[in-house]
Every structure is written in structure tokens, then in C-alpha cells.
Write a protein that binds this ligand. Structure first.
Ligand SMILES: *[C@@H]1O[C@H](CO)[C@@H](O)[C@H](O)[C@H]1NC(C)=O
Ligand SMILES: *[C@@H]1O[C@H](CO)[C@@H](O)[C@H](O)[C@H]1NC(C)=O
Ligand SMILES: *[C@@H]1O[C@H](CO)[C@@H](O)[C@H](O)[C@H]1NC(C)=O
Ligand SMILES: *[C@@H]1O[C@H](CO)[C@@H](O)[C@H](O)[C@H]1NC(C)=O
Length: 790
């Protein structure tokens, strides 16, 4: 959402506070009046404002007689009581994100739109920074955190973010409802918003989503239904084209097969709702198979509410209903757009469309008041779970949190640790890294991203506590000289001479290149995969004259075709840092100088440019099609040449795997009357649900050894290659486990493999099946086969 013209104007209408931090200049001659005003002003700034909440019975005793304020009664009754007291126009005010106030009932207005993708953000109008809280901890962009493959970290970050969010809510600076995380699959390397996502793999995306959501939401209250803050998984569904060669997200119709929908695009959303118990799902702008997602009753009421049983509200992406009416011309009238969206299952509109046209839809008989009652009930229930209707939050759980709890040393240290865990070492010829300060006494630091601040935090950012740039990080270990070489990432002319000069006289050269929001962003997809501008020329020229080893660092959300650098003998080591957050430069330096053993793994395939030349971004198919030469997408289906592959990433240690215990056969106990018992030659697969699935699985015991002297973290990936029925993936991640091992020690990793859950694939019509025949497991360079039979 946001950043389109449409939404920028929306944000202005809604009173975005983003640019409001104005300094207050005072003339030298102060009247008493001004002094008084200034004092009051600074007092209010220091103390902050009070947060929005309803049922302030301490200030207005008459409110205690209202049923919805009675915390002793059940939530459903409280919601029903509240809805019953509202007039139709008042109810309509609760269908939009800038929700109205009803002062006669002691309910203040509430802004639903806040964001917390990787730290509390001021992207939405519900949150802002001020003198009271000037910044919040800015964690790495999600693609970097995902590369850690550490589910504990995903949750730990969510927990810190929600504490900072509550602290900011308590001083009136933030909301309670956050429209994060983004769990769309990073299907195509050109997507400008791929940086916001956990990458291309459905399992990693599912685990990221559910763990981050739990970190945000999980309440310390004894009532498990209470929420610390409410998260939202977006953008449902098959949304991953922003603006590519004139095709934009407001008009794009994603043509998606049932099989791809069920085994690629939907799993992260399902996991958010079912495993993470997320309080909200956001429907997207695009159409899926000819229907706008926000008007698709099968996708909303059928799947999210019906199959997955969402405990929460469904919100539209900002102005989606306006978009489906005005840009897609999906309905003839605005009232029909309203009715179709609400009847499909939308509860809340980010925007104003529902406040303008819902009364009309009721008047025309397209909607009943009871439909509106139902929609707003989900919204009220969410606010109730957040304590919004429980009176003054300062006396409640989290009431003690305040500005002192934002940007604490521990929170900032977690941001640095997250970056260290996510940075990926892609190449390290002759163990050039780590540097030791005694051997490398001077480093030439070169590149347009070598001393950047804001670039490191990516989009949906806030204002960080502070920054450590790569240059500053490296300078804390050794003596540095610096030349950007390019004035910005898209540089038209590189300053080669200055850069070459320092490279030719330093003990080592670190080039920090890549992209930023001018290259890949919301509403901005790439058209090619090369390093932008003259960067390739700069890297080559500098490498050619460098006195010492050359280290290439890529800062970007999406993968880059850097084949030229892989093939350059002078470039010894290559690292990818994603957008590593406020402490990114410190984390990078910790790795380069060996204070930290790198352990990140790529969460997405890095394709060569020829892939982008051949494949239209708008082709949603995951599966390859030999008939047309279409190569397929992601490591699960694409078998062609890569620059780097999903899961790539080196350590300063070598880790080895040894299989200790695994079955040679899994036998499915089918009932006597099962058709496959009689004509087994016709049975290629068995349903992955049913009695025969109970306790059908095995434990896989694995010895993992750190064969290096340096302690380090290591991700053990368990991939399968199922028999090739149902056009199944060539390879698929079914579990992963991150371990820490001291140097020269070993540990045991046990995977509990549930045959119906882990070994199944989605068939052509969306049902999960366990294929019969030989399955292969891959763990590191270990391959192992076993037979699944009946
Ligand atoms: C590097 O960036 C920081 C932060 O913007 C700035 O203060 C510093 O002057 C820059 N260093 C150089 C050598 O340009
Ligand atoms: C590398 O340097 C040599 C001389 O030092 C020069 O002749 C050559 O053109 C350079 N190559 C590149 C690719 O810059
Ligand atoms: C472990 O390290 C030792 C010493 O460096 C080496 O000889 C051995 O081959 C390594 N083992 C494996 C399995 O890599
Ligand atoms: C995962 O991240 C957490 C939180 O930063 C950290 O404490 C833990 O050591 C990490 N786990 C592994 C196995 O690296």
C-alpha cells in the first residue's frame, strides 16, 4: 500500500503525521503568554499524549452502565451490546480505517492503519515519531532476517517490535493494529517489494509469518484471546506485480492455476491464520483469475473465514474497493462495489469508499443492515481483544511501557544480531575472509552503498534509533579510506580514478554495491537484473588495480546477475547483506573481521539476466512448461542455470552431516476396502488426509559436525524430491533447523517426518496426496532414498 498517487493523497486526507515534525522557533522577546504556551507545549511533548481508548469510566462514571464497557461479560455479548447501540450512519463509520468517534458513548476516533514490517514504522497515519519518541529499533528488512532461517529470531523480533509499539501507543504516538507482515511469495526477482517478504519458499514464508505474528500478538495476559498488538498478513493473494513494463497492480489479473495457488501462494496465509492465529488478513489490489480479491467471496468468506477460521478482521489494501470500481470497472456502480466487497467478507476498508457509498448500497437494497453489523462486529472484537474498550490502559498490562522501552540497548543489539544472522557469504576463495586486524591494516571502502544510512533499512521503515554505516563499521576494526566511486546506485559516470587510487594503496578493498529504493520499491519493479548504472565498470576497474584481496558486498532486496564478478579472479569473496537494518554496517564488519561466523542462506534464487529476458514477469506459472520453453520459477520448479541458488551460503567452518537413523520404507496402512488395495498399479498416490495418516511417519536422526575451529551457526535443510506424479516439485524444503556448534564439536538434529504432512504434494485440483514410490531426501550433500508403499 501507499506511495501511489492515490494513496499519498489518501494519507494526506487522513492527516499523515509523517512530515509534521516542525521545529518550534521562538523570538527573543517573549511575552509571558508565549512563555506559558511554550511551557505547556514542551510539557505535552515530554509527557506525550494519552492514547485513544474507550470506556474511560474513571473520568465518566456513567459509562460503567454500558454493557460493552463491562469487562466481566463475554466478548461476544459486549460486541453485540455495542453494535446494538449504534445508528446506521455510526456503524458505517466503523467500516473504514479512519474510524469515527461516537462521543455520546465515550468512543474516541481510532486510526487502524499502522505498520511494523521490521520495526515500528511511520508509514501509516496511525503512527508517528516526536520528541517524546524520536525513533524506534529498525531491524533488517525482512528478506535479510528470513535468510537467518532462525524461527526463534523471527518471533524475538516480533516481540521487541510489539513492546516498542505498545510503548508508543501509551504516549499517543502509535496504534494497536499493524498491517504487517507481508507474506507474498517472492515469485520473480524483479518484484520491487520482494525485499519485504521472506523469499520464494512456501515453508520458510509460512514459518516466518506465523512466528513473526506470534511475536507481535502474543499477550502476557492469562486470557489467550487477548492481543498485545494485532498483526495482519498481506496481500491476499497471488500479489507480486507492482509495475512492470506498464502492467500495474491496480489492473493486473493474476492467472493462477489451482495447483500453484494451493502449493505456492496460499500456504503462508494459511499458516498465518491457522498456526499464527493472526488477527487480520488484507486482500490485495490485483485480480485472481478475473476477480478482484477483495470481492471474491470464495477466497474471503470461503477460505479465510470458512476453511481457516480466521479469528479477526479482513481489511482491504488501501483503496482496493475504489480500485476495483474505478480502475478495474468490475462493477457498474459504486454501490455494487460496496455490496460485493462486504458480502464477500470484507470487514474494514482502508480508505473512504465504504463511508461514501455504503448508505447508498443499503438504500438500493444491495446490502442489509445486518450485513454491516456482521462486518463491524469483527472489527470491534479485535479492538476488544486489544483492551481498547477496557478503560485507561495506563493501569493495565503494558501500562508501564513508555519511551524508556524504545531503542533500549538490548533491542538495538538484537537488530545487530539479526543482521549478522542474515548476511550471506556467497563466495570465499582461498579462505580470504575473515580478515585479521593484524594482517589488514588498511581497507579501501568503495561503492555507492559504502556509507549509506537510509538505504540499509529498506521500505516500510521508521526512524531508527541510530545508524552504523558499513564504512563506520569497518572503521571500528581498522584504518579505512573511502571513495563512493558512484554518486548514487544508478550512477551514469563513475569516478574511477579516485576509487582506483585508494584500492591500489590499501591492504584490502571492500566494494559495497547494489540497489536502493530508486531501483526496487513499491510500485517499481526492475526490468533487468544487472548491477545498476556504471557499477559493473567500477567493480571491474577497481578489482583490476587493487593491491590486496577484493571483497564484493551486494546490498539489495532482489538477486543480481553478478556473473562477471564470480568470474573475476581478483574478487575473492562475495557477500549479500539484503537491506541489513540500522546496525547493518556493524554486523557486516563483525563478519568481515571474523568476530562473527556467517550463517545466512539465500531465501531466493538468483537468476541470470537471460531469465529476465525470456520470462514475462506477468506469467504466474510456477511450473515449467517444456512445450513452450517456459523454465518455471523458484528452486522448486526451475532447473536452469542460476547465479546463486536458494539455500546457498557459506560459513568460516565446514559442517558435515551423517545420517544415523532413517527408514528404508514407509508403508501406508490402507483399509481393506480402499480401491488401491485392489488395483495398486493404477494408484500413483494416496490422499494425505484420513485414518491411514495417523502416526504415519518416522524420525530422522542426523549427526552434524562443525569441522572448523571457529564456533558457528548452521542451518540444516531437509529437502525431498518426491516421485514425479502430479507435476510435483523437483525438490522441496520440508523442514529446517538452525543449530549452533562450537568449533570441532558435533550435535544431533532430529527431524520428525509426518508422511502425510511433509511428503505430500498438491495435485492438479488442489488436493494433497502422498506419492507412492521412491522419495529422495537431501541434506547438505547427503542423498538418501526410501520407498513409500501401501
Ligand atoms: C558517512 O556517513 C555518515 C552518516 O551519514 C556521515 O556522518 C559521515 O560524514 C560519512 N563519512 C564520510 C567519510 O563521508
Ligand atoms: C587492468 O589494468 C591494466 C594495466 O594495469 C590495463 O591494461 C587493463 O586495461 C585493465 N583492465 C581493466 C578491465 O580495467
Ligand atoms: C575435517 O577437518 C580435518 C582437518 O582439517 C580434515 O582433514 C578432514 O578431511 C575434515 N573432514 C571432513 C569430513 O570434511
Ligand atoms: C536464533 O536467534 C536467537 C535470537 O537472536 C538466538 O538467541 C539464537 O542463538 C539463534 N539460534 C541459533 C541456533 O542460532
Amino acid at each position: 500500500m501507499i506511495f501511489s498517487l492515490k494513496e499519498n493523497s489518501l494519507a494526506q486526507k487522513m492527516g499523515s503525521h509523517k512530515n509534521r515534525a516542525k521545529t518550534c522557533s521562538v523570538s527573543p522577546v517573549l511575552t509571558l503568554h508565549t512563555i506559558l504556551l511554550v511551557t505547556l507545549y514542551s510539557l505535552s511533548k515530554i509527557q506525550g499524549q494519552s492514547p485513544p481508548f474507550a470506556c474511560d469510566t474513571a473520568s465518566n462514571a456513567s459509562l460503567s452502565s454500558l454493557g460493552f464497557c463491562n469487562t466481566e461479560t463475554g466478548m461476544e455479548d459486549r460486541v453485540a451490546d455495542l453494535v446494538g447501540r449504534l445508528t446506521l450512519p455510526e456503524k458505517i463509520g466503523y467500516l473504514i480505517s479512519g474510524a469515527a468517534s461516537v462521543s455520546r458513548l465515550g468512543i474516541p476516533k481510532y486510526e487502524w492503519w499502522s505498520e511494523a514490517l521490521h520495526g515500528v514504522s511511520n508509514t501509516g497515519p496511525g503512527t508517528r515519531f516526536s520528541n517524546v519518541v524520536p525513533g524506534a529499533t529498525s531491524f533488517p528488512q525482512v528478506i535479510t532476517t528470513a535468510a537467518s532461517f532462525n524461527t526463534t529470531l523471527f518471533e524475538a523480533i516480533g516481540k521487541v517490535v510489539s513492546s516498542e509499539a505498545r510503548a508508543m501507543y501509551n504516549v499517543g504516538l502509535a496504534g494497536l493494529t499493524y498491517w504487517s507482515p507481508n507474506v507474498n511469495i517472492f515469485r520473480d526477482p524483479r518484484w520491487g517489494r520482494g525485499q519485504e517478504t521472506p523469499g520464494e519458499d512456501p515453508l520458510l514464508s509460512s514459518k516466518y509469518g506465523s512466528n513473526y505474528v506470534q511475536g507481535l500478538q502474543q499477550s502476557d495476559d492469562s486470557d489467550p484471546n487477548k492481543l498485545k498488538v494485532a498483526a495482519c498478513c498481506k496481500h491476499y493473494t497471488a500479489y507480486d506485480v507492482d509495475n512492470w513494463k506498464g502492467v500495474d497492480r491496480y489492473r493486473f489479473n493474476a492467472v493462477v492455476s489451482q495447483q500453484d495457488l494451493d502449493d505456492t501462494f496460499q500456504p503462508p496465509f494459511k499458516s498465518c491464520v491457522v498456526d499464527g492465529n493472526v488477527a487480520s488478513v488484507m486482500c490485495s489490489y490485483n485480480q485472481v483469475n478475473g476477480k478482484p480479491t477483495c470481492a471474491d467471496s470464495h477466497l474471503l468468506s470461503g477460505v479465510i473465514r470458512g476453511d481457516w477460521n480466521l479469528n479477526g478482521y479482513i481489511v482491504t489494501d488501501c483503496d482496493s474497493i475504489d480500485v476495483l470500481y474505478n480502475s478495474q470497472h468490475y462493477t457498474k456502480t459504486p454501490e455494487e462495489a460496496v455490496a460485493q466487497s462486504i458480502l464477500a467478507g470484507v470487514n474494514l476498508d482502508c480508505g473512504y469508499f465504504l463511508s461514501k457509498h455504503t448508505q447508498g448500497a443499503v438504500d438500493k437494497g444491495l446490502l442489509k443492515e445486518s450485513d454491516i453489523n456482521k462486518a463491524i462486529s469483527y472489527n470491534f472484537a479485535t479492538l476488544m481483544r486489544l483492551g481498547f474498550f477496557d478503560g485507561n490502559p495506563s493501569k493495565k498490562l503494558y501500562g508501564d511501557l513508555g519511551p524508556k522501552d524504545v531503542c533500549t540497548p538490548q533491542h538495538q543489539e538484537l537488530a545487530r544480531d539479526a543482521a549478522r544472522q542474515g548476511i550471506v557469504l556467497l563466495q570465499n576463495t582461498a579462505k580470504t575472509l575473515p580478515f585479521t586486524a593484524s594482517n589488514i591494516k588498511s581497507v579501501a571502502v568503495i561503492g555507492p552503498n559504502a556509507n549509506v544510512t537510509k538505504t540499509m533499512i529498506g521500505n516500510y521503515e521508521g526512524i531508527p534509533c541510530k545508524y552504523t554505516t558499513p564504512l563506520q563499521g569497518l572503521a571500528s576494526y581498522t584504518s579505512t579510506t573511502y571513495q563512493p566511486g558512484c554518486s548514487n546506485v544508478a550512477c551514469v559516470t563513475a569516478q574511477l580514478d579516485e576509487a582506483k587510487q585508494i584500492a591500489s594503496t590499501s591492504d584490502a578493498t571492500v566494494l559495497i554495491m547494489g540497489a536502493d529504493q530508486s531501483i526496487e520499491a513499491e510500485s517499481r519493479d526492475r526490468v533487468d537484473l544487472y548491477l545498476p548504472g556504471q557499477q559493473q565498470l567500477l567493480v571491474t576497474a577497481v578489482a583490476n588495480v587493487s593491491k590486496g584481496p577484493v571483497i564484493l558486498v551486494i546490498m539489495s532486496g532482489g538477486g543480481m546477475d553478478i556473473t562477471f564478478a564470480k568470474n573475476n579472479d581478483k574478487i575473492k569473496s562475495i557477500l549479500w547483506v539484503g537491506y541489513p537494518g540500522q546496525a547493518g554496517g556493524a554486523a557486516l564488519a563483525d563478519i568481515i573481521f571474523g568476530a562473527y561466523n556467517p550463517c545466512g542462506r539465500l531465501p531466493m534464487t538468483w537468476y541470470p539476466q537471460s531469465y529476465a529476458d525470456k520470462v514475462p514477469m506477468t506469467n504466474m506459472n510456477m511450473r515449467a512448461d517444456p512445450a513452450t520453453g517456459y523454465p518455471g520459477r523458484s528452486y522448486r520448479f526451475y532447473n536452469g542455470e542460476t547465479v546463486y541458488s536458494f539455500g546457498d551460503g557459506l560459513s568460516y567452518s565446514d559442517f558435515t552431516h551423517h545420517l544415523v537413523k532413517a527408514p528404508t520404507e514407509v508403508s501406508i496402512p490402507l483399509q481393506e476396502e480402499h480401491e488401491c488395495r485392489h488395483s495398486s498399479s493404477n494408484c500413483k498416490s494416496i490422499d494425505a488426509v484420513g485414518e491411514h495418516c495417523e502416526n504415519l511417519g518416522f524420525d530422522l536422526h542426523l549427526k552434524v559436525r562443525n569441522n572448523g575451529s571457529m564456533g558457528g551457526r548452521h542451518t540444516v535443510f531437509l529437502f525431498t524430491s518426491p516421485p514425479s506424479v502430479h507435476n510435483s516439485p523437483r525438490k522441496q524444503l520440508i523442514e529446517f533447523e538452525k543449530v549452533y556448534l562450537h568449533g570441532n564439536t558435533q550435535g544431533m538434529v532430529v527431524f520428525k517426518v509426518d508422511a502425510c504432512k511433509h511428503l505430500s504434494v498438491v495435485d492438479e485440483v488442489g488436493n494433497r496426496k502422498v506419492a507412492l514410490g521412491v522419495h529422495q531426501l537431501h541434506i547438505g550433500n547427503l542423498n538418501y532414498s526410501f520407498n513409500v508403499r501401501i
